[in-house]
Design a protein around this ligand. Structure first.
Ligand code: ADP
Ligand code: GLC
Length: 511
């Protein structure tokens, strides 16, 4: 018996969540957090959701014992693989995709230890996508097949495509966390990736003469979601659609594109977070001030009564940190201090280090990826700077509001959807250092007006960003895509065979 039962009446939806990151095991950014939080919230709603992720070297080292199930065949130049099963401490089932030649190496999910993309990323993530399609078709010896496959970002983009080419009639969702990362590879790779000739077409995987994983997912998935309503609308525009705006417009016109805002983990609680030296709540901020003193001391900044501006971020062009470097003199001249924790593009690292050397007593920069330190900095900060040029959702601004660090952010994507300007943070409408500085001046004014600042901090800390809202919306979408009668609310009749689910009209090609 491989189905959960809801109230003993109906079979639970079985969903396979396909991801390249999972917080706690392999995380490079927000996708790792989403993969840990959303499936768990869906499981709390009675959905039998299981994760599929590559068996990276680090992951094998961390998970302990793995129950090896079955094998998956090679296809084209994609090597065979094995599937292992792990029960995570939170009760989730994780299927690990083992193909040692592709995944058993040191580095991040996408890059070498030196930060270069792995040269065989097309094979690595085609293997992941194909494994999802294999599992949906009943291969791999799992004794479990999903009613829906939920793939994420370009690494999962070929899953809906392989399923379509194989004739596997299981609905699919592609969630786009960032349309700028597309997984585009040379056209000659299409034979290695076992892409049928007819599918190397504008109505298929072809994108400006190359093979595009994200385009493939955007085209073949039954439904496309992204991580905020504003970003869902932005990616239909030429300026923000990264060349895929036409396809996104088509999906939107068919009602097949939606935006669902992410949540954050419940462990982001300033009253109980074990990573914080001092706990606090909206009515007693002494702990917050003590955290700020500790961060100042740790980074050798001078003691100050002025506001602390925090940044925890991947250091990439998207995040607009060059605007912070330009505004830094003004922020410091106005009595502010800045602390940065980040990792990424070496040029951005150097730029921030140079800025900090100009203001050694007031700007501290830590290069690295460190979860406890991230939480301490957010807890210590009065404001969080997020001048992102674009931001599909953003988790940091939600974490910051929970910890009373009012976000100062460009009004784009999820930032516009989750920050209430003048109430829980400060938004500005153009990504320029002048606009950022104008918003910082509003923040300084609020800081100087204790009553206003306390009210804003209280409002921000009271915001609820739990995963439950997002999970309810994804469940409704799953139910819409999985055709009845498999999922009616009628009582389960154990002795009668249910008819196979008819092909959903959502499985028609997108364009
Ligand atoms: P993105 O996914 O684009 O990087 P998000 O705001 O969605 O941005 O999510 C970033 C996540 O990664 C947050 O949980 C944030 O705390 C974490 N993070 C980013 N940079 C670091 C870092 N240097 N150290 C620790 N955590 C980080
Ligand atoms: C991407 C986006 C970020 C989003 C995260 C999780 O990394 O850049 O805005 O919050 O995915 O969905």
């Amino acid at each position: 018996m491989d189905r959960l039962r809801v109230g003993g009446l109906v079979p639970a939806i079985k969903a396979l969540f396909v991801t390249s990151e999972l917080a706690g095991l392999a995380k490079a950014g927000g996708l790792g957090d989403v993969s840990a939080g959303l499936p768990l919230a869906l499981r709390r709603r009675g959905i039998d959701i299981r994760l599929l992720m590559p068996a990276y070297q680090d992951v094998i080292a961390k998970v302990g014992s793995i129950d090896w199930l079955g094998g998956l065949p090679a296809r084209g130049g994609i090597p065979p693989a094995r599937i292992g099963q792990v029960l995570l401490p939170d009760g989730m089932t994780l299927y690990l995709l083992a193909a040692p030649a592709l995944f058993d190496r040191r580095g991040t999910p996408y890059c070498t230890p030196k930060g270069a993309d792995w040269a065989d990323n097309h094979l690595r993530f085609a293997r992941l996508s194909l494994a999802a399609a294999d599992i949906a078709a009943g291969r791999g010896g799992l004794g479990w097949t999903p009613d829906i496959v939920h793939a994420n970002d370009w690494p999962g983009g070929l899953a809906p495509a392989y399923m379509r080419w194989d004739g596997t009639k299981v609905p699919t969702i592609l969630t786009i966390h960032n349309i700028a990362y597309q997984g585009n590879f040379d056209a000659s790779q299409r034979h290695t990736l076992a892409i049928p000739d007819a599918a190397f077409d504008i109505n298929g995987v072809e994108f400006h003469g190359r093979v595009s994983f994200l385009k493939a997912g955007g085209f073949y998935a039954s439904h496309v979601t992204t991580v905020s309503p504003t970003y869902a609308s932005e990616i239909t525009t030429e300026t923000q659609g990264a060349g895929l705006h036409g396809l996104m417009q088509t999906r939107a016109a068919r009602g097949q594109l939606s935006g669902i805002v992410n949540g954050i983990d419940a462990s982001w609680d300033p009253g109980s977070d074990p990573h914080l030296p001092h706990h606090f709540d909206p009515d007693d901020l002494n702990g917050k001030h003590a955290n700020a003193d500790a961060v100042r001391t740790g980074l050798c900044l001078r003691p100050s009564d002025g506001p602390l501006f925090g940044i925890v971020s991947r250091l990439v062009h998207q995040k607009g940190l060059d605007l912070v470097a330009e505004a830094a003199n003004d922020i410091v001249d106005n009595g502010g201090q800045i602390v940065v924790l980040g990792l990424g593009d070496p040029e951005i690292e150097h730029m921030l280090n140079r800025t900090s050397r100009r203001h050694r007593d007031d700007i501290g920069v830590l290069i690295g990826f460190n979860e406890p330190m991230a939480r301490r900095i957010v807890a210590a900060s009065d404001f969080t700077l997020m001048p992102s040029r674009f931001e599909p959702c953003g988790l940091t601004q939600m974490q910051a509001q929970r910890y009373g660090a009012l976000p100062i952010a460009h009004a784009t994507g999820g930032l516009a959807d989750t920050i209430d300007d003048g109430t829980t943070g400060f938004l500005f409408s153009t990504p320029s250092s002048d606009a950022l500085m104008a918003a910082c001046r509003r923040a300084f004014d609020a800081y100087d007006n204790q009553g206003q600042f306390d009210d804003m901090r209280r409002a921000a800390m009271a915001r609820c960003f739990s995963w439950d809202g997002a999970a309810a919306q994804y469940e409704a979408l799953y139910r819409r895509l999985i055709v009845p009668p498999t999922l009616t609310t009628r009582p389960h009749l154990p002795c009668r065979r249910r008819p196979a689910a008819p092909l959903s009209d959502a499985l028609e090609p997108a364009a």
